[in-house]
Design a protein around this ligand. Structure first.
Ligand code: COA
Length: 258
């Protein structure tokens, strides 16, 4: 499989579709076209019999800095463009929720905003010891998404989830492993070993893995789709507030960098 667009690279080897965020100069911030591209990849991959694992990782020192704030500010912010942007985000999260194969993240560096929240709906997360996880929604005037309003309290407990979702607590990789958000933390220089580990999947029964995934995801799917719809509805309201625009401008002029 060839690469798609230059900000997202996709290759398929040994049943593993490796999808690499490739916008390191902006810390792999996710723009609307990138969400669209990822959604297309997920939906195609879901139907591709050759794929057993969709593994998301990134180039550069960050996994992703979350929503591309600059790209939002470059958009013409009309009700229609905002509605379309929200729909794009909703479709992306829905595609993750519905993905029938294994969805794995190899978090090579910090994961901020949506890059953190979506990890709660992945099947397995591996992380570099240089990774951290942060959801600074309140400093940007936004609202938690990626189903984290449902998954984080269940994964982390109400108190730690609250510290993250309300106050932007920065969680390091070891702590994320302690809470079960991450399965294993790799020394950064050895992170590539994860691919050798994943390649062992060819010795396992894909039918068994897919049947188990179906059983694990079955009970939560409907709830997660509803949670996503609610979060996106609230996000739309937040974007109607001048508070968000002001905070985005502050970020771009570096007044509220994390
Ligand atoms: N959206 C748009 N651009 C972003 C970005 C984002 N989420 N995150 C980083 N960038 C850009 C920066 O504006 C900068 O661009 P420039 O070189 O044109 O000035 C470039 O990426 C490098 O980032 P910089 O801030 O210089 O690197 P840093 O290592 O000092 O800090 C971060 C990295 C991620 C901690 C910091 O950029 C940050 O706080 N980003 C915002 C993250 C955020 O709030 N995401 C949630 C969105 S919902």
């Amino acid at each position: 499989m060839a690469h798609t667009d230059s900000f997202i690279l996709s290759t398929l080897n040994n049943g593993i579709q490796k999808v690499v965020l490739n916008k390191p100069a902006r810390k792999n911030a996710l723009s609307i076209p990138m969400y669209k591209e990822l959604t297309i990849l997920l939906n195609k991959s879901a139907k591709d019999d050759e794929v057993l694992i969709f593994a998301l990782t990134a180039n550069g020192d960050f996994f992703s800095s979350g929503n591309d704030i600059g790209a939002v500010m470059e958009m013409e912010l009309t009700p229609t463009t905002m509605e379309n942007a929200n729909l794009t985000l909703k479709d992306f999260i829905d595609a993750i929720i519905m993905y029938p194969k294994l969805l794995i993240a190899v978090v090579n560096g910090p994961a901020i905003g949506i890059a953190s929240t979506i990890l709660g709906i992945f099947d397995i997360v591996y992380a570099s010891d240089k990774a951290y996880f942060q959801t600074p929604f309140s400093s940007l005037g936004l609202v938690a998404e990626g189903c984290s309003t449902y998954t984080f309290p269940r994964l982390l407990g109400l108190s730690k989830a609250g510290d993250m979702l309300y106050l932007g607590y920065k969680m390091n990789a070891q702590e994320a492993m302690k809470y079960g958000l991450v399965s294993k933390v790799y020394n950064h220089d050895s992170l590539e070993e994860v691919w050798d580990y994943l390649n062992n999947i060819s010795k396992l029964s894909s039918e068994s893995i897919l049947a188990t995934k179906q059983l694990v995801s079955k009970w939560n799917r409907e709830i997660l789709l509803k949670v996503n719809a609610e979060e996106i509805k609230e996000l739309k309201k937040r974007f109607e507030s001048p508070d968000v625009i002001e905070r985005f401008i502050n970020f771009l002029s570096r007044k509220n960098k994390l």
